[in-house]
Ligand binder design. Structure first.
Ligand code: NDP
Length: 316
């Protein structure tokens, strides 16, 4: 059966849940389609579910774990009457209003007067043994989030783009040494970042180096690495590894429906407006620059206010 809603939020990371809290408090009775627990890219709670301690979210002076923070945001959204549905959106049709949202079936599950897209992004991963098991236990995809835990440690950063170099430079504030593992004999990053990284005494670049396996019982203890030219294998003693080989926004659903930048992120104009009137985007799905829980939550608030005003303007 198709249900008519004023607001449908797709995604339940900090952006989606903040949008839900605001639209619920504005009496718009939002439904949030949270994603599915079995999937890394669509899991309820988003990327914070893959982190351990979060120490930079204001209001938690002694830190909070990613899952706990998301659980509290979820509870807050429920308290104000948001409906949370654990399911995955399989198709959207934004060609006409009300917008059709499909959750598995051939008929639209929801017809929405406005939609808030908050499907986030996912880090590209190496796909090597030990990586998934030790994610959050010495293996991280966010230096800003986790760098602080590696004070005085020797760690590795994988990648040769701007992200990897930015992470490596940032991590030299904490780590005693940063091994930058680059799979080729040159960097992809911008010249200025290359100069900065190569001039940093705490960064040692390992050219032509790939990662074979992340090793450790319950946390990262060392890496099995390989020379990509000679095939020679070696072990690198590090207690942390940051994978910085790029991100991809979760925008497959919106291809042909919303304007996307060349890098796949959703185009937003004023505030959170997308190229379709009545569809708003917030969080990492439209932001490849900041990618923080707090900026994501802030943009979720913006999308909720934009949706509310837009609905009001349409006489809803
Ligand atoms: P990029 O795609 O630019 O770089 C990815 C890097 O990871 C490349 O060096 C690539 O190697 C390497 N890589 C990819 N897959 C693997 C793998 N399986 N194993 C080992 N290494 C791998 O991604 P970024 O996230 O760095 O940047 C994305 C965009 O964002 C870029 O346009 C960048 O300029 C921009 N950006 C800008 C910043 C700034 O201006 N401050 C900061 C961060 C990002 P290879 O070169 O061999 O393909």
């Amino acid at each position: 059966m198709t249900e008519r809603r004023q607001v449908v939020v797709i995604g339940s990371g900090p952006a989606g849940l903040t949008a839900a809290i605001y639209t619920a408090r504005a009496q718009l009775e939002p439904v949030v389609i949270e994603g599915e627990p079995s999937s890394t890219s669509d899991q309820p709670g988003g990327q914070l579910m893959l982190t351990t301690e979060v120490e930079n979210f204001p209001g938690f002076p002694t830190g909070v774990t990613g899952p706990e923070l998301m659980s509290q945001m979820r509870e807050q959204a429920l308290r104000f009457g948001a409906d949370l549905v654990t399911a995955k959106v399989t198709k959207v049709d934004f060609s006409a209003s009300p917008f059709a949202i499909y959750v598995g079936s051939d008929e639209p599950t929801y017809l929405a007067d406005s939609v808030i897209v908050a499907t986030g992004a996912r880090s590209l991963m190496l796909g090597v043994p030990g990586e998934e098991r030790l994610l959050g236990y010495g293996l991280s995809t966010c230096a800003t989030c986790d760098g602080f835990f590696f004070r005085g440690h020797e760690i590795a950063v994988v990648g040769g783009g701007d992200s990897a170099l930015e992470e490596a430079i940032f991590l030299t504030r904490f780590a005693s040494k940063v091994h930058l593992l680059v799979r080729r004999d040159s960097l992809r990053a911008s010249k200025i970042m290359q100069e900065r990284a190569l001039a940093n005494e705490k960064i040692e670049v390992h050219w032509n180096t790939g990662v074979l396996e992340v090793l450790g019982e319950s946390k990262v203890e060392r890496l099995a690495i390989v020379d990509t030219v000679t095939g020679a294998e070696a072990v690198l003693e590090v207690t942390g590894i940051f994978v910085a080989i790029g991100h991809v926004p979760n925008t497959d659903l919106f291809k042909g429906q919303l304007g996307l930048h060349d890098n796949g992120y959703i185009e937003v104009g004023v505030g959170s407006r997308t190229t379709v009137d009545g569809v708003f985007a917030c969080g990492d799905v439209q932001d490849h620059v900041y990618r923080q829980a707090i900026t994501s939550a802030g943009s979720g608030c913006m999308a909720a206010i934009d949706a509310e005003r837009w609905l009001e303007g349409q006489g809803h």
